[in-house]
Design a protein around this ligand. Structure first.
Ligand code: HEM
Length: 442
C-alpha cells in the first residue's frame, strides 16, 4: 500500500497539525484511496475507498474497535461513555439511552428546539430595516448548547445544569489539544495540559454527581420517577452515578458542537445561494403545524436536502477512526491486528467520481432518496451510527426554518469564505460573520 515516506511525514509534520483537512486531501490526492502512514508497529491506513469503509464500519465492525488515539483523547474527558467506549458493555449503554431518542420523545425535544431558537433570536439585536453583520457561529453554538441542555435536564434546568453545560463545552477544546499530542503524556506527569485535564474532570465530576444526587433525591419531572428527560431516563436505568456522569458529558460534547457547526455552514451556503434560501423559507412558511423532528425528508424535503448537502460539504465529524482486534482483509490486502483505520467523511464526500461537481452546493442531489449511499456518512455507519442522528436532523430543520422566516441572510461586503478548521467538529476559523436582515413579522 503506497504512502508518504518517514521523511515526507517529518517535513509535513506542522502542516498535519496546523491543517489536517488539507493534509488529508493532499495525501489522498497523491497516494490514492488506500494510504499507509510510515509509523512503527502495525500500519495506520487512510481509507477512502467506499468498499473498505463499509467493511471497517459495517460488515467487519466486530473486528474493528474504538481503541484509537482519537477516542482515547475523548475518553480522558468523557470516560467510557457511548461515543468513546470500546468495551462490549457499550451495547448495554446504547440500549439504555435509545428510548431518549425514540420518535415520541424527539417530538417533545422539537418544542425545546423551537423555544431555544426563538429565545436566542429575540436576544439578537439586529437593526431594522438594513440589518447588520453578525457572527452566526455564536448564535448556533448558543442554541445547540441550550437544546442539548433542555433535552438532558428539562425537568430541572438549574444553575448547576447550566454550569455543567458551559464546563463541558470548554472541556471539548481540551479534547482537541489532547488529540494533538503525538505521544500521550501519562497523567501522573504534571504538564500544564495534564493539570488542566485533572482540574476539568474534577469540576465535571462534581457538577454531574451533584445533579444526579439531587435528581435521585427529588425525582423532579413529570413521570413521577427520575424525570422525563435524558437525565431522568439514565437515573432510572440502573447505571451507576459514574456511568451516568460519563453519558451526560458524552451527550453534551457529541450533541452540540456538531449541530452548531453544521448549522453555521448551512447558513453560509444559503447566504451564497439566495434561491435555495427563498425555497427553504417558502417551505417553512407553507408548512402547517409544529415543525417535525422526525420524518423531515418527507415533510420538509427541500429543507432536509439543504441540511444533507451542507453535511456533505462540511461534515462536522471529519474523521472516524478504528483499530483492528484481529487480522482482516481490505480489498485483497492483508492487514494485521492492531491496524489503525482512518476514515474521513470530509474526503469521501468530495470524491469527484461519486459526486458530480463535488464542491458545488446542490441540495437537489438529495431530493431523490431512492438510492442508499455508502459514500455518505456524516453520522458514521454500522452499529456505531450516531444515536443522535434524527435529533440533529430535526433540530437543524427547525432552527433553519425559524431563523430564515424571520431573517434574510446574505454575504457581507468584501466577504471571503472562512477557512474550515478541524477541531472536534469542522468550524470556520474566526467565526462566520454574515449579513442578517429582519424580514418583519413571522
Ligand atoms: C456517534 C456525527 C449529533 C450523540 C456519532 C458518529 C458520528 C456522529 C460520525 C459515529 C462516530 C464513529 O463511528 O466513530 C454527528 C453529527 C451530528 C451529531 C455530524 C450533528 C450534525 C449528535 C447529537 C447527539 C449525538 C445531537 C446526542 C444528543 C452521539 C453519540 C454517539 C455518536 C452518543 C456514539 C454512538 C455509539 O457509538 O453508540 N455521531 N453526531 N450526536 N453521536 Fe453523533
Amino acid at each position: 500500500i503506497p504512502g508518504p515516506t518517514p521523511r515526507d511525514m517529518a517535513t509535513g509534520f506542522w502542516s498535519i497539525r496546523a491543517d489536517p483537512l488539507s493534509y488529508l486531501a493532499a495525501t489522498r490526492e497523491r497516494y490514492g484511496d488506500r494510504v499507509a502512514f510510515p509509523i512503527p508497529g502495525p500500519p495506520a491506513l487512510l481509507l477512502s475507498d467506499p468498499d473498505d469503509v463499509r467493511r471497517v464500519l459495517q460488515t467487519s465492525a466486530r473486528t474493528w474497535g474504538k481503541d484509537t488515539v482519537q477516542y482515547a483523547a475523548l475518553g480522558r474527558v468523557t470516560g467510557p461513555g457511548l461515543l468513546a467506549s470500546s468495551e462490549p458493555s457499550w451495547i448495554d449503554h446504547r440500549r439504555l439511552a435509545a428510548p431518549a431518542f425514540h420518535h415520541q420523545r424527539l417530538d417533545r425535544v422539537g418544542v425545546h428546539v423551537a423555544e431555544a431558537t426563538d429565545e436566542a433570536l429575540a436576544r439578537w439585536d439586529v437593526p431594522s430595516p438594513y440589518g447588520a453583520t453578525v457572527d452566526v457561529a455564536r448564535l448556533t453554538l448558543g442554541v445547540a448548547l441550550d437544546v442539548v441542555g433542555r433535552a438532558l435536564f428539562s425537568a430541572d434546568l438549574s444553575d448547576q445544569a447550566h454550569r455543567l453545560l458551559e464546563a463541558t463545552s470548554a472541556a471539548a477544546r481540551l479534547v482537541v489539544r489532547l488529540g494533538r499530542g503525538i505521544v500521550p503524556v501519562p497523567e501522573r506527569i504534571p504538564t500544564p495540559l495534564n493539570r488542566r485535564l485533572v482540574r476539568t474532570r474534577r469540576e465535571l465530576d462534581t457538577l454531574c454527581l451533584q445533579l444526579i444526587a439531587t435528581r435521585r433525591a427529588t425525582g423532579v419531572g413529570g413521570d413521577g420517577a427520575g424525570g422525563d428527560d435524558l437525565l431522568g431516563l439514565l437515573v432510572d436505568s440502573g447505571l451507576s452515578d459514574q456511568e451516568i456522569r460519563d453519558e451526560l458529558v458524552t451527550m453534551v460534547i457529541a450533541g452540540h458542537e456538531t449541530v452548531a457547526a453544521a448549522l453555521t455552514w448551512s447558513l453560509m451556503l444559503l447566504a451564497q445561494d439566495q434561491d435555495a434560501q427563498d425555497r427553504l423559507r417558502a417551505e417553512a412558511l407553507a408548512h402547517i403545524g409544529p415543525v417535525p423532528m422526525v420524518g423531515t425528508a418527507q415533510r420538509l424535503p427541500w429543507t432536509r436536502a439543504v441540511v444533507d448537502e451542507a453535511l456533505r460539504l462540511y461534515p462536522p465529524a471529519w474523521v472516524i477512526s478504528r483499530r483492528s482486534h484481529q487480522p482482516d482483509v481490505l480489498s485483497g490486502h492483508d492487514v494485521p491486528a492492531g491496524t489503525t483505520a482512518i476514515i474521513s467523511p470530509w474526503l469521501l464526500h468530495r470524491r469527484a467520481d461519486a459526486w458530480p461537481e463535488p464542491d458545488a452546493f446542490r441540495p437537489e442531489r438529495f431530493l431523490d432518496r431512492s438510492a442508499a449511499r455508502s459514500d455518505y456518512l456524516p453520522f458514521g455507519a454500522g452499529p456505531r451510527l450516531c444515536i443522535g442522528r434524527e435529533f440533529a436532523l430535526g433540530e437543524m430543520t427547525i432552527v433553519l426554518g425559524r431563523l430564515l422566516t424571520a431573517y434574510r441572510i446574505g454575504l457581507p461586503r468584501d466577504w471571503s469564505p472562512p477557512v474550515p478548521q478541524a477541531l472536534i467538529a469542522v468550524h470556520p476559523r474566526g467565526g462566520m460573520p454574515l449579513h442578517v436582515t429582519p424580514l418583519g413579522g413571522r
